[in-house]
Every structure is written in structure tokens, then in C-alpha cells.
Design a protein around this ligand. Structure first.
Ligand SMILES: C[S@@+](CC[C@H](N)C(=O)[O-])C[C@H]1O[C@@H](n2cnc3c(N)ncnc32)[C@H](O)[C@@H]1O
Length: 297
């Protein structure tokens, strides 16, 4: 971690106080972006591609896959139905589906994947088919959660990094809860507003008129929706952005960076990267919170 101060002198470029938490650099980014047009949003195809490249630099997916498969393994009898909202390309859901199927040989698993981007649902369907499990029924729905024609009820509903984009978190939580079987569980995995998402907060263009919703927003919306969640579990992942490509950097801030902003973003990420032994660094903290609500049996 760096902790430098650039001296200012009359007529020199604006000074940046670089504190250990990068807050001076965040202020500099805020100032550099103030009054400028919103960054161009990531189009779905580029979003999906750059998301995959971003996740390859983190151990978070491994932690999420282990967490979700352990939840499915706890449902060790009978058929099971899973709804994945914002399912993406299936690289995660295929691992979860495999665990759900194989924990009980020949057990019927219904897996529904909802995503508004057809490129993702097509990849998701392919990833599920590649598992080659006859007892797995994979049903893609190309739609936002609010518009998806979802039928039936579910033992598990997941939102893995997709709650950021819904128009109203409390409404989405309540709708997801209503799709649960008695004893079913809703799992919402979202990043907290830490050093990484502080960047998104400052730079990401609005999604359909709202900022992205983080884990803290989910916690508040659970209360608003009258849903009692279990204590939040945090999966403490680490992200290596030291040599990240420009596209991965764009995914990190959730918008196409300008040549003016990109060096500041790299500087900020270098400042907040940790090098202590737990980080085997330099790596940026990349935690994800798991909010879990169980419907009364
Ligand atoms: C960060 S990706 C996560 C994908 C997948 N869950 C994973 O972890 O690999 C977020 C996904 O949410 C989808 N998404 C965006 N808005 C959505 C909405 N309103 N309803 C459902 N999915 C949405 C995006 O298309 C994208 O595939």
C-alpha cells in the first residue's frame, strides 16, 4: 500500500493527497469526472466478455461456487428446483447444477436461468447441456427478472452479482421470496461498497436512471420488504488488477473509461491494493456478501 503526498505549488497541476485507503485519489477521480458526460455504458456483449476476464483475476468465483454447492448439498433428498436470476454464461451455475444433480444419483433438478442478454442465456444453455446429465432440466428465459414469465416454485433462488441492476431491490426481493417453496432459500450475493465498488459509485453510468445497488442496499431493502435475513456471510476474495487490460478496467468501473480517467483509476487501484501475507499481493480486496432468507416451512 502506498501513502504519498504530492506537494502543491502555485500554478502547478491540482494536487492529490494519496492516503492509504485511496480516498484522496477517489476525490481526484470525482473532481476529474465532475461535469463530464456519463461514461458510455458497457454493451451486453462486451460486458459478458469483460466480466469473464475480470473474474479470471480473482478467487471470488471459486469461493462462490464452493458456497453455493454446499448449500445445494444440504438439500440431499428429493427433486430440487433452482432459479438463477442474472444467470450470465453458466460458468458458475453449471458447477452448482452438477453438485445439485450428483449429490443424489438420478435426482431430478429443474434449473431456470433468467437473463436479459440472449448471448448469456445461449452460453448458459450450452454450459448446462455440456454437463450431460439427463436428470437436469435447464430452462433459459431471456428477460429481466421483472418481465420474466417464471412458472412454478423453487427450493433455491439466487441472484449472483445481479441485484445491482434491478429497478427496485425491495420489490425484487419480495417477488423472489414469493417464488420460494416453504423451506426454500433466497441467496443474494452482492459486493459491499468497499474500495472496489467505491470506484463504481463514482464512475459508473446510471442503470435505467438509478445507481447500482450494493450489498448495503440489499440489507436495507430486506428490512423494507419485511424479510428476515440470517446473519450476512462475507466471502473474502482477492483480485489482482496489477496488469489488468483496459477492458477489464472498464468492467471494474462498469463503464468505458476515458484516456483522462484511466491512469487515475490505475493509480487508485495500486494505492488500495494490499501486499500483506493474507493477500499474497498486491491484490485488491474483492469481498462478496451473501444475504440468505429462508421461507418458513
Ligand atoms: C455480473 S453478471 C453475473 C452473471 C452470473 N450470475 C455469474 O455470476 O456469472 C450480471 C448479470 O445480470 C444480468 N442482468 C442485468 N440486469 C438484469 C435484470 N434486470 N434481471 C435479470 N438479470 C439482469 C446481466 O445481463 C448479467 O448477465
Amino acid at each position: 500500500m502506498t501513502n504519498l503526498t504530492r506537494a502543491s505549488s502555485p500554478g502547478s497541476a491540482p494536487t492529490v493527497q494519496r492516503r492509504a485507503d485511496g480516498s484522496g485519489l477517489l476525490d481526484a477521480l470525482r473532481a476529474a469526472h465532475r461535469g463530464a458526460p456519463a461514461l458510455t455504458a458497457l454493451a451486453p456483449e462486451g460486458y459478458a466478455r469483460d466480466h469473464a476476464a475480470f473474474e479470471a483475476l480473482s478467487d471470488q468465483r471459486t469461493l462462490i461456487a464452493a458456497h453455493l454447492t454446499s448449500r445445494l448439498a444440504a438439500r440431499a433428498s428429493g427433486p430440487v428446483a433452482v432459479l438463477s436470476v442474472g444467470c450470465g454464461d453458466g460458468s458458475l451455475d453449471a458447477q452448482v447444477a452438477l453438485a445439485a444433480v450428483d449429490v443424489v444419483p438420478e435426482r431430478a433438478v429443474r434449473y431456470v436461468g433468467v437473463d436479459p442478454y440472449v448471448g448469456s442465456t445461449t452460453a448458459w444453455t450450452g454450459a448446462m447441456a455440456a454437463l450431460g446429465r439427463a436428470s437436469l432440466s435447464a430452462e433459459p428465459l431471456v428477460a429481466t427478472f421483472a418481465a420474466a414469465p417464471i412458472t412454478g416454485s423453487f427450493d433455491v433462488v439466487t441472484f449472483v452479482h445481479s441485484m445491482y441492476y434491478v429497478p427496485d431491490v425491495a420489490v425484487a426481493l419480495r417477488a423472489a421470496y414469493d417464488l420460494l417453496e416453504p423451506g426454500g432459500e433466497l441467496l443474494v450475493l452482492s459486493g459491499p461498497r468497499g474500495v472496489l465498488n467505491a470506484l463504481t459509485d463514482v464512475l459508473a453510468p446510471p442503470v435505467a436512471g438509478h445507481r447500482q445497488w450494493f450489498s448495503e442496499d440489499v440489507a436495507g431493502a430486506l428490512v423494507e420488504a419485511g424479510l428476515a435475513a440470517e446473519p450476512t456471510v462475507t466471502l473474502a476474495a482477492r483480485l489482482d488488477l496489477a496488469g489488468a487490460s483496459d477492458r477489464v478496467l472498464d468492467f471494474t468501473v462498469q463503464g468505458r473509461l476515458t484516456p483522462q480517467l484511466r491512469p487515475l483509476v490505475r493509480e487508485y487501484l495500486a494505492a488500495v491494493a494490499r501486499t500483506d501475507p493474507a493477500y499474497d499481493g498486491p491484490r485488491v480486496p474483492h469481498p462478496v456478501d451473501v444475504h440468505r432468507v429462508v421461507r418458513a416451512a
